[in-house]
Design a protein around this ligand. Sequence first.
Ligand code: PNS
Length: 154
Amino acid sequence: MKILIPGSFDPPTNGHIDVINRCSKIFSEIIVGVVVNPSKDSLFTRSERSDMLEKIFQDKQNINIESFEGLLVDFASKHKVDAIVKGLRAMTDFDYEFQMAQANSTLAGFETIFIPSSPEYGYLSSSMVKEIHSYGGDVSSLVPAEVLKSLTNE
Ligand code: PNS
């Protein structure tokens, strides 16, 4: 089964990596879709975010990194994926994700499969990493080494 895991990944966190790795053991092919949202300021560019993910998953044959602009369902159709997969951290994620899942189903018939985050990453988000880092806090336990390097160079 070929699935799409979309997200901003600005930057990728250990929570994202955990979800992607767990999915790569369940599904035969994974596309990680890095969204480019022109109306949202991102810390890292499209290519920086994709490059970090490429390096992190360079040894995983069934994980491919792509970026996209526009509607998720158009990108999902282009890549002929069987389903969209989203990680859910807490019930606070649920309303928004449920709404998007229903919209993507209505727009183009795509099913969304939710996978719970591992308990140790239940609180973790890219925004939290950026905030801690912006105040000089240590994020080394929250992001992969590749991301830490990019944060330190930025
Ligand atoms: O990591 P994020 O920021 O929570 O990811 C959000 C993402 C990329 C899944 C969402 O913004 C998205 O699907 N963007 C593409 C535009 C789109 O299709 N919007 C309508 C969704 S119903």
